[in-house]
Write a protein that binds this ligand. Structure first.
Ligand code: GAL
Length: 319
């Protein structure tokens, strides 16, 4: 269907996805730019995604202090994280797809996390425009693990146009409100009904982004976990559309963090185009951040020698 996709071993990340000559994801042209402009763009995030309040977790009855790299919180696994590692790669293919295994060893104690871990992220892309990300991992000691991918979509084909002209549908009746500017969770799971966060019926993103509800204005847009009603891989969990292009998201994870690139006038240049406020949108599939404060969100414990496996699919649709 006339589309190509590219990855790099730096951060096991997606760099580009070109559909009929148009880049529908954000990416830079060099490692240097990822290091100086935005390390998370398109990257594999880990060991854990999102904010862990004060970097404090309990693992098998023991309190563990993780690196605090954003104010007092641990964000995206610490300052040096999966996104800033060079992964080993192995390329393979099948009759109608190509894939890359990305492998990494993460040593016990790194950023405060227990357990020597082996992590494999596999990206595959098939002839029907289906990008699959799967995660496999194991640890030799009980630890926590909650990776994601931080791809920014912008179906306009440029970071210099807001995604507020896109439509969004989500299979989520609940979201997780944030406390304040620290963006840790407030402590409860809320219904989306009668809020800007209700995307159960497709609506324009502009409608939510221009809302004066406190949860939106507090962070300058959407930067929230959505709790999926039925977190199964064969159910379309999200659909982002613009004109005749759309991306459907499928996942077995219980939540998706949606971040609408609320960078105000701090946007960086992507492929020569300065990113505007809301110049991209992520679908970060994971256990919602805040599971230490709200156990109903799920458990990110990974027991010693227990295999971790999860899968997320981004399907391109045309017409
Ligand atoms: C998102 C997070 C945002 C921001 C971003 C990285 O996952 O929710 O608040 O930190 O990553 O720029």
């Amino acid at each position: 269907m006339g589309s190509t996709i590219s990855f790099t071993d730096f951060g096991a990340r997606i760099v580009d996805w070109v559909v009929d000559g148009k880049s529908i994801v954000l990416g830079f042209d060099s490692v240097e730019e990822y290091m100086t402009k935005d390390i998370y763009t398109g990257a594999t995030i880990g060991r854990t995604s999102g904010r862990i309040k004060e970097g404090l977790v309990e693992i098998s009855g023991k309190t563990v202090q993780l690196e605090q790299n954003e104010r007092r919180q641990n964000l995206h696994g610490g300052a040096e994280n999966f996104a800033s590692k060079t992964w080993n790669i192995e390329i393979f293919d099948g009759p109608d797809f190509a894939g890359i295994h990305f492998d990494l060893t993460s040593l016990a104690g790194e950023n405060g996390y227990p357990g020597n871990m082996k992590i494999r992220v596999t990206h595959t892309f098939d002839e029907n425009g289906k990008w699959t990300v799967s995660y496999e991992a194991s640890s030799d000691t009980d630890t926590i693990f909650n990776p994601t991918n931080h791809v920014y979509f912008n179906l306009n084909g440029t970071a210099s146009q807001s995604i507020d002209n896109h439509r969004l549908r989500l299979s989520a009746s609940h979201f997780v409100p944030l406390l304040d500017h620290t963006q840790v969770v407030r402590g409860e799971i809320s219904k989306v009904g009668d809020t800007a966060f209700d995307f159960r019926t497709e609506k324009n993103l502009k409608e939510a982004l221009k809302s004066d509800e406190e949860q939106i204005t507090m962070v300058g847009g959407i930067d929230h976990p959505f709790v999926l009603d039925v977190p199964e891989l064969d159910i379309e969990q999200a659909r982002l559309s613009l004109d005749d292009l759309s991306i459907s998201v499928y996942t077995d994870r219980p939540a998706i963090v949606i971040f609408t690139a609320n960078f105000g006038d701090r946007g960086v240049e992507y492929r020569g185009q300065r990113q505007v406020h809301h110049g991209g949108i992520t679908f970060e599939t994971q256990v919602s951040p805040g599971s230490q404060q709200i156990p109903e969100l799920g458990d990110i414990t990974l027991k010693a020698d227990q295999p971790y496996q999860s899968t997320t699919v981004y399907q391109l649709n045309k017409g």
